[in-house]
Write a protein that binds this ligand. Sequence first.
Ligand code: HEC
Length: 204
Amino acid sequence: MKKNFFMILTAIACTAILQQSCTNSPTNEPPKEPEKKEMSHGELVERGKYLVTSIGCDDCHTPKIFGPQGMSLDTTKLLSGHPENSPMPPIDKNALKPGNWLLFAGDLTATVGPWGISFSANLTPDTATGIGAWTEDVFAKTLRTGKHLGQDGGRMILPPMPWQAFRNLKDDDMKAIFAYLKALPPIHNKVPAPVSPPDVEKMK
Ligand code: HEC
């Protein structure tokens, strides 16, 4: 009886060893990671849409409409930046001094602070007024370095554009965001250049 029991145990152990040696590669290399699949263009755009809409680029870059439910995105102008020629309310110049309150335009596309006035850029692929002529490299460099148009000697991008946060995006995510922006309907909207503090002081 005891002998039988040991025979069964030995058989089980042998089978286990045999299975091991069959599944292990002969060189004992660690199992290979499954190869990372390149995303198709469509998948890249979908991922970019997910990132842009969850990170909140629309907060500053999309004009808003106001209805009974409060403020909502103007989906006909998605990510087209501060609307050109929109009327500017009188500015409280105290906002230019550090430590005071900042002023946001009603639709959050323009901000007054110690840096003057900044206007959210047009992120649609319009060639003349948006990012139509941008390459993926320029886009990534802009968000990683905080330099206007990704240019080495260029001016710093002004607040409240949170590039210090977006610089941490992984390469693939940066690519996906750019692919989504490039797939948007192009909107012609020439966003004004920023206004320096001395020029704001001169404004009525
Ligand atoms: C809190 C407001 C805010 C949010 C959120 C925001 N931006 Fe901006 N963005 C701005 C402002 C303001 C400017 C203009 C800054 C300037 O003129 O220097 C700007 C400029 C830019 C520019 C142009 C930079 C240049 O070369 O001058 C790009 C590209 C950009 N934003 C991309 C994005 C993307 C992509 C997102 C979301 C992942 C995003 N922004 C979210 C406010 C914002």
